[in-house]
Design a binder for this molecule. Sequence first.
Ligand code: LLP
Length: 434
Amino acid sequence: MNQRETLKVNELGHLEIGGVDCNCLREQYGTPLYVMDQDYIENICKVYADTLNAEYGEGMIAYASKAFSCLEIYRIVNKMGIGADSVSAGELFTANKAGFPMQKICFHGNNKSKSELKLALDYGVGYIVIDSYTEADDLETLCEQKNITQKVLIRTNPGVEAHTHHFVQTAKIDSKFGFSIESGDAENIVKYVNSKERLNLVGLHCHIGSQIFEEKSFILAIEKMTDFYKHLSDKYGIKFSVLNLGGGFGIWYADGDAKKTCNQYADYIKTIANSLKDCIAKKGLNKPYLILEPGRSIVGEAGITLYTAGRIKEIKGIKNYISIDGGMFDNPRYALYQAKYSVESALKMNAPKTVKYSIAGKCCESGDIIAEDVMLPQVNEGDLIAVLSTGAYNYSMASNYNRNFIPPVVMVKDGASRYIVKPQTFEDLIRNDI
Ligand code: LLP
């Protein structure tokens, strides 16, 4: 476990998060339950914003809200003074409802519809990140209709192959995202968008992937992006004032991943800031306003999921399954990416881990697994199971598969807890059924 003051084992040998014993959380809210640690989120937002400011200067941390989106998270990140990245009308709507300052939003997506673009303009989002020619055309038309100009970036692909699961790599040459710099596609769309009356092309965006630990991947992306800025400046006199380098910082999930404190996570930002400063100095570029879009590293380790152990199946000499009251409907990441998780028996944290288990969900699918081959103390039906680092891309990717309820989300801080997403009901399941 990557222990911290707000995630630790208490004197009863129970897992405690945000000063609340997980046993109390189970008694008050039941399981399955997502629990989020507010201090962690606030702390890392602050550390990221302060580091960007101290090491680089002008810029913005834009929380990638696809990692975990609900009204309260937009309120919290806004309170911490950072911006956001949104990718759909639904995320924009949620942010706006939460009173988020929409000019601090970057709106992304490889297939934004006209109505999504219109909504973004109506809300006054800060930056729209263009990912196709026809999108640029549609946006120009919509801006004409509203008689406004819109700040835009273009999503580019610097061709950096980051070491992560191929489903979350985004800047390979064959990616569905962005325009390749290497092939000349990026140069062509820059010229195209730059000629649009209503589109104020202020810079470029790239995002090389997610769950990336190697800082050299980010450094390589910076090299390529600044080379391209220099090329555009030399050849066309285009001088950009903004650079958005996306997110992607790797976090701790399980053994083998580096354990970092919030301050150590800020090293990603330091490295990026320093490498960018070096590159612009070397290449004689103007210092761009730097946008970074971390999602996973802001909420991932802040979250845990609590489950109750149900049926336990021992296949002699082969495998021991613990079936839990959740599964791929609240956490599809093993099924999608073979993602690794740490699992704990939350009320027996000090007991020796003597038995190897696989944690299975309750969906009617063999692939509905949360973790394979984890060591735990002997588990009995009714035991409380905690899966760690579930704050990112769990709730946001949850579904009602098999007509299971998406678990509620509870926020904990200073020994107190409260719902931020309430439990679903049977009525919710049939709400839109006709
Ligand atoms: N910016 C852009 C344009 C992105 O596409 C993403 C993530 C981010 C920022 C934030 O990246 P982060 O800091 O969270 O790594 N569902 C997958 C992750 C997909 C990430 C998609 N884009 C998972 O569960 O691992």
